[in-house]
Write a protein that binds this ligand. Structure first.
Ligand code: DX5
Ligand code: ZN
Length: 216
């Protein structure tokens, strides 16, 4: 099966956003990855809902919303109002993760959970059957353009084994330092969804990079 490719607009040109969004619409990309940061859970602030309203209007692809914020459950109505297909919250930001996952489902979105590089895969054992997707961060979240942490490949393999063992249908997504080289290794390790910011938007021909990622 071809990988799902989700370009991260954190690396897009916000002065000419419609140009980059048109490129994504034209391309073979499956989803649009949206990184929301609060300056508390991660040491950076990205963009909020007033800006994302326009991003959502500019795309024809499903929105894959990655919330790097504390108390993400407070924003379920706002994420739903954007028209998000997937609402992704961090394991480390949700002491009552099971409840948050149920609330996302009740709001009519697909729930996903993200783990940071230092969070072990085995902690997902009791939630893996309830989520649509798990995102393995392959950099410490907060910034685009960082170097891929090689150990993430082991985590993908471990998660693949957990999914197969438990009969979960969860997709495996990876985010951070993903390019054609690390992407190929991730697919081999068992990943289903590749998120890429810098590798796509800093390329001379972003549409071609997306096409090549789809053929990994
Ligand atoms: C990082 C974000 C990523 C980021 C990836 O905290 O979650 O989605 O945009 O950027 P690259 O692909 O440049 O590492
Ligand atoms: Zn992200």
């Amino acid at each position: 099966m071809k990988p799902i490719v989700s370009p991260s607009i954190l690396s897009a040109d916000f002065a000419h956003l419609s140009k980059d969004m048109e490129m994504i619409n034209r391309s073979e990309a499956d989803w649009v990855h949206i990184d929301i940061m609060d300056g508390v859970f991660v040491p950076n602030i990205s963009f909020g809902f007033p800006v994302l309203k326009y991003v959502a209007e500019l795309t024809s692809k499903p929105l894959d919303v990655h919330l790097m914020i504390v108390q993400p459950e407070k924003f379920i109505p706002e994420v739903k109002a954007l028209g998000a297909d997937i609402m992704n919250v961090h394991y480390e930001a949700c002491p009552h993760l099971h409840r948050v996952i149920q609330q996302i489902k009740e709001a009519g979105m697909k729930p996903a959970v993200t783990i940071n590089p230092a969070t072990p895969v085995m902690l997902l054992q009791d939630i893996i059957r309830d989520v649509h997707m798990v995102l393995i961060m392959s950099v410490n979240p907060g910034f685009g353009g960082q170097k891929f942490i090689e150990h993430s490949l082991e985590k993908v393999k471990e998660l693949r084994a957990m999914i197969d063992r438990t009969g979960s249908k969860a997709l495996i997504q990876v985010d951070g330092g993903v390019n054609l080289e690390t992407g190929a290794k991730l697919i081999e390790a068992g990943a289903d969804v590749l998120v890429a910011g810098n590798a796509i938007f800093a390329a001379d021909n972003p549409e071609e990079v997306i096409k090549q990622m789809k053929s990994l």
